[in-house]
Design a protein around this ligand. Structure first.
Ligand code: FMN
Length: 386
């Protein structure tokens, strides 16, 4: 059984640890270091579980918190727990979105394992479903079994290309109903997926999303939570490759000029504050259609399935050349959002105990963003147990 130390000293894993990768070097600029997990994902780390985890950590997850902790157990098992400090208590009080991120991660884990000839059996919440919030109990146990006949999923080919897009979508290039249907069809893991490019429904959802964004932004606690997670400039992103990254040369210059600071982002009237508000509005307005995931109940397992489906939908969109961005504000469960939350469920025809688990805009973007930062896999591993 590999210990963490052993894992860290294998050649491939050394690259994961330093974040440098085979191509890069330890002195790679901040952005490159923070993105190294995308470059090294295809390497071999001496254990099928690590090989699959190297892809799994690239999953979409709320605010890129990467709340997972992995413990290799015995020869074939991974015990998965949540780093409770990496939750989003203001925007996600019941940890629903956090679980969606875990679901996405587990879907990629199973896909990546299948590529190497392993079937993965996933036992969700083996110690009981944590309610109303997550606790230290295991989120899931994943057991690997060699199986040369396990089917490979063609969507896996998109894993390294998959992105959450924060680009303006092309107003001259509508998305067809057939394309939306094809993307939604990929989400076949239990919760259901739907979408619309109909002009009237699009206008109503844009209006809802705009109002949701204003509420999240103008509520001190939720805005504050996001500001605290902003990594402004390449150095900040390299130091903490998670949260909301505002990097690149232009951002570095604005930071140096003192125009973008956490204080300015938190001050109504300041340029940084007002631009934060209007930039996201413009993204919402450019939606060419919407997709959403619903479930008939809202158990932790439903949330997991929604996560598995979200990443499948995101991968299928990538395959179709369509860009996707979740717009989660109106699905958030903090008191100030309550009436918009209800309005959204009604708009999408969902009645309790069913819920809308995910809502996102779709469209064509002129370019694809670079991969988002990730912590190296080694930093998410805790010592193996017998
Ligand atoms: C449950 C959930 C909710 C999300 N909500 C939003 C959102 O409201 N706005 C947004 O821009 N991205 C949202 N995202 C996308 C994440 O921010 C994104 O997955 C993360 O930053 C990692 O980036 P990547 O998907 O490009 O790898 C959400 C993702 C998940 C899984």
């Amino acid at each position: 059984m590999p210990t963490r130390r052993m894992i860290l000293t294998t050649a491939g894993a050394a690259a994961v640890v330093t974040g440098a990768g085979v191509l890069g070097a330890a002195w790679a600029p901040g952005g490159a270091t923070a993105r190294a997990p995308w470059r090294v994902a295809g390497e071999s780390f001496g254990d099928a579980r690590l090989d699959a985890l190297a892809y799994a950590i690239l999953a979409p997850n709320p605010h890129n918190m990467q709340p997972w902790r992995f413990q290799l157990a015995g020869e074939d098992r991974i015990d998965i727990t949540c780093d409770l400090d990496r939750r989003l208590p203001e925007t996600d009080p019941p940890d629903r979105q956090i679980i969606i991120g875990f679901g996405a991660m587990l879907e990629l884990l199973a896909m990546a394992a299948a590529e190497k000839g392993y079937a993965v059996e996933i036992d969700y919440f083996p110690d009981g479903e944590a309610q109303p919030r997550l606790d230290r109990r295991r989120i899931a146990v994943a057991t690997f079994r060699a199986d040369a006949r396990v089917p490979k999923d063609p969507l896996f080919q998109e894993t390294l290309a998959r992105r959450t897009s924060r680009a303006l979508f092309d107003a001259d290039r509508p998305v067809s109903t057939d394309t939306v249907d094809a993307i939604c069809a990929a989400a076949n893991r239990g919760s259901s997926a739907d979408g619309s490019v109909d002009a009237a429904s699009r206008a109503r959802l844009i209006d809802l999303a705009r109002r949701g964004w204003i509420v999240e932004y103008e509520t001190d606690a939720t805005r504050g939570e996001s500001i605290e997670l902003m990594r402004i400039g390449n150095r900040a992103v390299a130091d903490k490759p998670d949260g909301i990254s505002l990097n690149g040369t232009a951002m570095g210059l604005l930071k140096m000029a003192g125009l973008i600071t956490p204080e300015k982002l938190d001050t109504p009237g300041a340029t940084a504050y007002e631009q934060g508000l209007s930039t996201y509005m413009a993204l919402i307005d450019s939606a060419q259609g919407f997709v959403w995931l619903t479930s008939e109940t809202n158990t932790r397992r439903d949330q997991m399935n929604a996560g598995r489906n979200w990443v499948r939908l995101n991968l299928a969109a990538e395959q179709a050349g369509v860009a996707v961005q979740p717009l989660s504000q109106v699905l958030q469960e903090f008191p100030e959002m309550a009436s918009l939350y209800t309005e959204t469920q009604e708009e999408l025809g969902v009645t309790a105990p069913g819920v809308v688990q995910m809502l996102g805009r779709v469209g064509y973007a002129k370019s694809s963003p670079p991969p988002s930062p990730r912590w190296p896999l080694s930093s998410r591993l805790i010592d193996a147990v017998a």
